[in-house]
Design a protein. Sequence first.
Length: 417
Amino acid sequence: MTQIVPSPSRVTGVTGVPDLPGWDATWRLARDGYAFGQRGFRDVGADAFRTRLLARPVVVARGAEAAHVFGEPDAFERRGAIPRSVVHLLQDEGSVQQLEGPRHGERKVLMLELAQGERAGLVEAFRDAWPEVVAEHGHGAVPAAEVAARALTRAALEWTGIRVDRGRETELSGELTEMIARAGSVGPLNWKARLRRRRTEAWARDVVRERRAAGDHETIAGRLAHHTEGGRPLDEDVAAVEMLNLLRPTVAVARFVAFAAHALHRHPDWASQTRGGDAAATRWTADEVRRFYPFFPMVGGIATEPFELHGEWFEEGQWMMLDLYGTDHSPELWERPDVFNPGRFATASPHAVVAQGVGEHLASHRCPGELATVDLLVETLQQLTQGPAYTVPEQDLRISLRRIPAEPEDGMILQFA
Ligand code: HEM
């Protein structure tokens, strides 16, 4: 029999996972947004609690132990763990995120080869696209994320080898941005975005067909279109979904670009280190942007085997939400977590930042685009400090934690010279 060694809750020293007061906490999630976990942990005096979301029992947890448990290979499957309204706008059915075990591993190798292994080409394309898009925009005020989404769309298309005209590029940028913006909503806004996504999927299927017809095994789009599993090419729909799973999250980095501009504005000391060419300080700033600012609030999984958390055992089939924002702001893991301080990475490992998931890249669902995201943010910081000049006009720079996904109240407007 397995020996159960109780590990105490980090906050209270007591063993076990307490209940959050109240029968169901869906209303608290809607009210608190990113702070849902943190407020709950404070209320129960522990780093984990049991509650219900949409009447379904769930364990919500943050911190090193929870991240470790959740990131174990194949320990938590994603199917059925995230509302369909979110899945259909983000990873979608048939995608790598919905697979487990060897099938997940096989697809993940491909996604890592492309998103991680080929990331230098993406960053290079972004380096060219940023000043171009700024010049096309001309003088005047514009939200940072809008310029970034245009530049990232252009860069992602160039990187994957997909040719479209400027008109389609603009449309695509809007379509991909909307998928991310609406993933947190329910009802008509979400339905409208899902309907719009169908058109984008049809376009992506055309791209797959065309790359296959052209016998293209060279470009990223071509390699994805020709990828085989078990000796057979991917189903056309699945290849199209994975194509979007390279393009959409690349454009989502636009939200981090806006946060990077926010950070440089708020912390001129770190801006001048980047401007002065300090490569280490720039990389630390990129990682601190990922840790500090709110992006994905939580990830969910269904336990594939019994697991232990804080000295308590849970059954296979248990739904668990790992609080990413709460873990990145946990006082157990980070000194003065609510202070923006890139200098912490002089000693801290960037792998401890969980904004893009936990575990090891290949063996878990951790984001294959994580290193590409960091490199894109390093390039962003360089463009913002050494590229086209801008000023930051008077505006509301507050970021509400209630709205998912979060952004600065006035959109982090930049006024290009
Ligand atoms: C904006 C920055 C990004 C954020 C905040 C982000 C966040 C995440 C998170 C939290 C997960 C883990 C989901 C889970 O554990 O269930 C994930 C997975 C994934 N991400 Fe990202 N991501 C970003 C950028 C990217 C980029 C640039 C790419 C590709 C070019 C990418 C492709 C993927 C894919 C394919 C998965 C599924 C992996 C799997 O299930 O094994 N992401 N991402």
